[in-house]
Design a protein around this ligand. Structure first.
Ligand code: UT7
Length: 379
């Protein structure tokens, strides 16, 4: 059987930076609280649709791998913030890349979508169903954030990165193994109300999204889930914590990451962190951190990389990758986002204004009584 090696990587970060100080212009919060509770100092806000970010990141990853778009056989789009429900998003990336021969599928396991996508694509590459795949982790959370809720609004940001997986005969290289799981008994602890078929055609608008978010319960489950998954995948692959060269974890909270690696008996100097600069980008956190680790020279040839993830569902996982010989790109892509004309705060204030108008139009419909109707139908 073939192995599935990562041969290309690329990110696309929106340039607009939203600082903690920006957030405190419209929320009762402050830099001290956000930094001490989460480690976050700033996050990015996108001025383009998610598919556009994804296409730029994918084009960069393909150039890095030296693979032409026409030769791509599979596109896996990992995200919980699709621009539209129908058609799927991966098809939009296929079209923008000009990758006409590629199959195209979306995966939504929330923050773990990139890693679940990596497992799916690697399995297809190993069996020979496809010879290569572009796996994307992308999130555009700012349009459906509840910007009136300081408990969640300070935590999330937009961003994207992609990798190219290719079949190789080289032994022991690529995705070595994974542990996947889900604490469905706690799925109600993280829910975005106002998106999905339950809400469609009921007079509820996207402007009315509300987040259920039990931060403390999610925190405990995240530490437990990622800790258990990391231990399980290391045991499966016969790897000890000392052999791990780099940890590229989901970046939901600096304190969660510290607790997970402590449980795994791995020191913090082996951990790639982006949470301070980008916050929680859900499915994009792990691939963006991986790309930045490569850019910073933190991935050495043959490195053993552990990637634990956790997200709504509550899905959990940990992946082990053995890097190949090449840690530098074969080429670069001219793909770019359009130039930025607004600050992140201006972009957020526009979203807030649209939501306020929508709420006014619907007369607060989501709050009552239509929301009450939908609540009973949700498990
Ligand atoms: O990727 C998906 C997975 N997501 C996660 O893993 C997130 C997991 N949870 C967390 O990271 C943490 O629980 C949070 C960062 C969300 C919250 O930290 P915490 O230490 O659990 O704080 P808390 O929720 O217990 O809130 C403490 C206090 C509360 O005030 P009182 O009740 O003590 O008066 C909150 O109202 O902090 C208040 N608070 C804030 N204060 C200032 C909550 N949000 C804010 C805020 N600014 N943004």
């Amino acid at each position: 059987m073939k192995n599935a090696a990562i041969t290309g990587w690329g990110k696309c970060m929106p340039p607009a930076v939203l600082s903690n100080a920006d957030l405190s212009t419209f929320l009762e919060t402050d830099d001290e609280w956000i930094v001490s509770r989460t480690g976050m100092r700033e996050r990015r806000i996108s001025n383009v649709p998610a598919i556009e970010m994804a296409s730029v990141a994918a084009a960069r990853a393909l150039a890095c791998a030296g693979l032409a778009a026409q030769d791509v056989e599979m596109i896996v789009y990992g995200s919980c913030s699709n621009d539209e429900q129908v058609p799927n998003s991966a098809s939009g990336v296929q079209m923008r890349l000009g990758a006409q021969r590629a199959a195209a599928m979306d995966i939504n396991t929330a923050c773990t979508s990139f890693l679940y996508g990596l497992s799916s694509a690697a399995a297809m590459v190993r069996t020979g169903a496809v010879r290569n795949a572009v796996v994307i982790g992308v999130e555009l959370i700012s349009p459906y954030m509840d910007w009136t809720n300081r408990g969640v609004a300070v935590l999330f940001g937009d961003g994207c990165a992609a990798v190219v997986l290719q079949a190789t005969d080289e032994p022991g290289v690529g995705l070595l193994g994974e542990q996947l799981g889900c604490y469905a008994d706690a799925r109600q602890t993280l829910r975005v109300r106002g998106m999905g078929c339950t809400y469609a055609n009921r007079g509820l608008t996207l402007g009315d999204t509300q987040w259920d978010f039990d931060g403390q319960e999610i925190f405990k489950r995240a530490v437990h889930g990622m800790g258990e998954a990391a231990a399980a995948v290391m045991a499966k692959c016969g790897v000890t914590p000392e052999q791990i060269d780099l940890v590229v974890p989901h970046q939901a909270n600096l304190r969660i990451i510290e607790a997970v690696v402590k449980r795994a008996h791995i020191p913090m100097d082996k951990v790639m962190l982006t949470v301070q600069r980008y916050g929680n980008m859900s499915a994009a956190t792990v691939p963006v951190a991986l790309v930045e680790a490569l850019e910073e020279g933190r991935v050495k040839p043959g490195a053993l990389i552990l990637m634990p993830g956790f997200g709504a569902g509550l899905t959990l996982c940990a992946h082990l990758v053995r890097w190949g010989d090449r840690v530098t790109p074969l080429g670069s892509s001219p793909a770019e986002l359009p130039p930025l004309t607004k600050t992140a705060l201006e972009l957020v204030n526009e979203i807030r204004a649209i939501k306020a108008q929508a709420a006014e139009r619907s007369g607060g419909a989501l709050q009552a009584p239509k929301l009450a109707e939908t609540l009973g139908t949700l498990p």
